[in-house]
Design a protein around this ligand. Structure first.
Ligand SMILES: Nc1nc2c(ncn2[C@@H]2O[C@@H]3COP(=O)(O)O[C@H]4[C@@H](O)[C@H](n5cnc6c(=O)[nH]c(N)nc65)O[C@@H]4COP(=O)(O)O[C@H]3[C@H]2O)c(=O)[nH]1
Length: 448
């Protein structure tokens, strides 16, 4: 049966809704916003400050040793203490500032338009106000509070993070002897810098102490299944840090410039290894990764020539993998350098193709031999339509330009089979083998 709503029903309903809304956003004991409402008000204040390029501060206050008050004077008095603390905080602040109860004995304060100085004044006022003697139901006592302060935009730019940082600062105030306040110190950036500096230092030690190794990942001809080359990948086992991935330390070396020395070491090690394999009767071309900074060194071409001469390696057994960014950055100079390298007789490949900006037509200007398709495009093969379209297009156009194509990161037979079917030339990936120690690679080659 249908329900007929009267005005009375409606107004009761609205009142009930209002009550529910109030209960879910207000702290029942003190009547101030609860954590949820405070976080909402903080979020909108942040959005507003962002628009105005303004500032704000969050204070997180915790009553010191509140449990003792509860235990010795009883929970009833404990509750009244919290109500009084809350009133004192409100009176110590400006009209527009917001106080909320965010935990048992924790209050948070949102100070609009406040920077360091204003936040410090407010924290001092709140501490003074809450430290004045209390008299509740005949009991007289004093208490202290600890406050943590976090500023927007200095410490964080979300309500959640500001509250979190204010809490950490409050805990620091407690650890520092209570009854005081602390600002959040944004250590994360400094920590990051320190970490990078330590890693850079450790890398320099590692090179001197000969802790780097090269492993070699086989590259397989898709038409014949024969290993026709390998990619040298650097490995670092540090005495203190353990195994460190090149994905972690190469970017640090690139940022500090140390990549030039590492790259030089890789070059001489890789050509020496290929020369040893050749001397042992196995002809395996080696590819090495060349960073942009290394490539841009004025002596780079001469260095490559020297390394080949030192190892007496035929240049055709060395391939340099360059990133697309090398071609895009200073095209005229890059072209000259690539021509000099091609004249030496080394092979040139573009690594991680598809992730940069160069178009295939643009590649025509450079004396390249191969393109390596980034493993991100290989991952979705053969099911992902867009990966299929991209890989197909790269293979077709590369072939039109006379370049051979190497697919990276092949992990599944279905990926390999699809690549073979569309005429891709070579693949590498865990499906055949990860990067192997030189002896293990030779073993795979001779056992095959
Ligand atoms: N998921 C998956 N990954 C596969 C598969 N097959 C190979 N890989 C990994 O893919 C990376 C391929 O090297 P990259 O794209 O040149 O990416 C390299 C390269 O940019 C850089 N790097 C490594 N060695 C050197 C080096 O000697 N010199 C320079 N400049 N960079 C290097 O570090 C990056 C990471 O190297 P690694 O950690 O050795 O990671 C290697 C390799 O171990 C596979 O089937 N699936």
């Amino acid at each position: 049966m249908g329900r007929v709503w009267s005005f009375r029903d409606l107004s009761e309903r609205l009142a009930a809704d209002q009550r529910i809304e109030t209960l879910s956003t207000t702290d029942a004991l003190t009547g101030v916003p609860n954590r949820r409402q405070l976080a909402e008000r903080l979020s909108s204040a942040i959005a507003d400050a962002q628009r105005r390029r303004g500032r704000l501060a969050v204070l997180l206050l915790d009553v010191d040793a509140f449990k003792q008050i509860n235990d010795s004077l009883g929970q009833g008095i404990g509750d009244r203490v919290l109500v009084e603390v809350c009133q004192r905080i409100r009176r110590a602040l400006r009209a527009g500032d917001v106080v909320g109860r965010v935990g048992g004995d924790q209050f948070a304060v949102l100070l609009h338009h406040a920077g360091t100085e204003a936040a410090e004044h407010a924290a001092r006022r709140v501490l003074r106000a809450t430290e004045a003697p209390y008299e509740i139901e005949g009991s007289q006592f004093t208490l202290t509070c600890s406050i943590g302060v976090a500023l927007f935009p200095d410490a964080a730019d979300t309500a959640h993070d500001l509250l979190r940082h204010a809490e950490t600062a409050m805990q620091a105030a407690k650890a520092g002897g209570r009854a005081g306040f602390r600002f959040h110190r944004s250590g994360s950036h400094d920590d990051e810098v320190r970490k990078r500096v330590r890693l850079d230092h450790a890398m320099r030690q590692a090179l001197v102490q000969n802790r780097f190794r090269l492993h070699y990942q086989p590259q397989i001809d898709l038409a014949t299944g024969v290993v026709i080359g390998c990619e040298a990948l650097i490995r670092w086992k540090d005495a203190h840090y353990g195994d460190i991935s090149p994905g972690d330390f190469i970017p640090v070396a690139e940022a500090s410039g140390f990549i030039v020395q590492i790259g030089d070491w890789v070059l001489s090690q890789a050509v020496a290894q290929a020369a040893r394999w050749l001397a042992a009767g196995t002809r395996v071309p080696v590819s090495i990764n060349v960073s942009a900074l290394q490539f841009q060194q004025s002596g780079f071409v001469a260095r490559v020539a020297q390394a080949l001469a030192d190892a007496q390696l035929p240049p055709a057994l060395l391939e340099l993998e360059l990133t697309e960014s090398i071609l895009v950055r200073d095209a005229a100079e890059a072209l000259e350098r690539l021509q000099a390298l091609a004249a030496l007789g080394v092979r040139l490949a573009i690594d991680d193709f598809g992730t940069g900006y160069s178009s295939l037509a643009y590649l025509k200007r450079f004396p390249l031999d191969a393109l390596k398709i980034d493993r991100r495009f290989v991952r979705g093969l053969p099911a992902d339509e867009s990966d299929v379209a991209i890989v197909r297009a790269i293979v077709q156009m590369a072939h039109a330009l006379g370049l051979s194509v190497v697919a990276e990161g092949v992990e599944l037979p279905a990926q390999r089979d699809f690549l073979a079917q569309i005429g891709c030339n070579t693949y590498q990936g865990f499906l055949y083998a990860p990067a192997l120690e030189p002896e293990a690679l030779l073993h795979r080659l001779t056992a095959a």
